[in-house]
Design a protein around this ligand. Structure first.
Ligand SMILES: C[S@@+](CC[C@H](N)C(=O)[O-])C[C@H]1O[C@@H](n2cnc3c(N)ncnc32)[C@H](O)[C@@H]1O
Length: 346
């Protein structure tokens, strides 16, 4: 399958116009990124096959690794956002993609006014990151855009991500997910696989894999249904629904498997660049500036042990446990007496 994918991205596709579905297609970027995207080289942009936005908040000075960096669009965008004192490393297995990315390194250095390039591209497999010149615990953020679905050993990728991230760092990535396990006949179809569809994980298998890999509480940032837009391929896929989704997985060992209530709250100071009114941690935590915002222990840890800590006030501690944090979806599983009727004693 790896050879098929290399062939697909190296030889068959010359630009996003050659894609047969809309799975590897992104949406309109936010306004604050448009001027930077306009500075990227045309060839890099033409061979962009991402399915989401992998540009989280607070990037200045960060060290970032991009898994499956392709022609380098996200690497170069982030190279501007981390600044000259930050660093972005891209890994890809396909020579043709790496050639495009490397060809324009100097162009982007000049565009962003850097005296030396803060970017490097490595040839390699994302399942074999341990064979590359990458230091454990080095990266603040690891990103990936529409690539994990193409991997034949997703558990190994996540294990290496965990090892390469700093404590408090995060894996912030967009990928394709299915609403069910994809049958093997479809997985073995090179076009469906290359188009980032049939290698996609069933979303709940991904959540459980993330937990088994040491990311106890994966947070969904945003998602959208993929419409495919190719009748022949839609016919093959039948009733399977596909989604593009962006998750953030924090490398924080203290995270618990569920959201627990310790009576804590945070106040966002409104100080993150481009987020004066609110900070969006995930799709159900949009934390307005200045408001006392009750949080579970896990959300508290994601803010307090990450690069976001300086932008929040923290109220409370872990001294007293008040049970499950009900706003996060789980409830007490037992019935109360008033629901069950009168008890009969034995
Ligand atoms: C859908 S494209 C996305 C590229 C890039 N992230 C972007 O947004 O344009 C998939 C890329 O992942 C690379 N890739 C796929 N599987 C890989 C693997 N196992 N190891 C390294 N690179 C891989 C391909 O060579 C290709 O460049």
């Amino acid at each position: 399958m790896r050879n098929d994918v290399q062939d697909y991205y190296g030889k068959q596709l010359q630009s996003s116009d050659d894609l047969q579905t809309n799975a590897c297609c992104d949406q309109e970027p936010p306004d604050h990124l448009k001027p930077l995207l306009a500075q990227l080289h045309d060839e890099v942009v033409t061979r962009y096959y991402g399915c989401g936005l992998v540009s989280p908040e607070h990037l200045d000075g960060m060290r970032i690794l991009d898994l499956g960096s392709g022609s380098g669009r996200d690497v170069y965008l982030l190279s501007a956002l981390v600044g000259e004192h930050g660093e972005v490393v891209g890994v890809d297995m396909t020579d043709e993609q790496l050639e495009v990315a490397r060809r324009h390194q100097d162009y982007h250095r000049e565009q962003f006014g850097h005296s030396t390039s803060n970017v490097r591209f490595l040839k390699g497999y994302i399942e074999e990151l341990d064979t590359l010149d990458l230091q454990d615990g080095y990266f603040d953020i690891i990103i990936s855009n529409c690539v994990i679905n193409l991997s034949t050993d997703k558990a190994k990728v996540l294990a290496d991500v965990k090892r390469l991230l700093k404590p408090g760092g995060e894996f912030y990535f967009s990928d394709v997910y299915a609403d069910r396990r994809v049958p093997s006949a479809l997985v073995n179809d090179p076009v469906l696989y290359g188009e980032c569809l049939s290698g996609a994980l069933y979303w709940n298998d991904f959540i459980n894999l993330g937990k088994r890999s040491g990311f106890a509480d994966p947070r969904l940032v945003e998602s959208r249904r993929l419409t495919i837009e190719n009748p022949a391929i839609e016919k093959k896929l039948g009733n399977i629904r596909f989604y593009s989704a962006t998750y953030r997985l924090f490398n924080i060992d203290e995270l618990e498997p569920a959201c627990e209530d310790y009576g804590q709250a945070v106040i966002y100071k409104g100080t993150l660049e481009n987020c004066p009114h609110a900070f969006k941690l995930d799709d159900h935590h949009i934390i307005e500036t200045g408001k006392v915002f009750p949080v579970c222990g896990n959300t508290w840890l994601m803010l307090e042990k990450s690069r976001f800590a300086g932008h929040f006030e923290f109220i409370g501690n872990f001294d007293t446990h008040y049970g499950i944090f009900e706003d996060c979806g789980l409830n007490v599983p037992f019935v109360d007496n008033e629901d069950a009727g009168a008890a009969s004693c034995c």
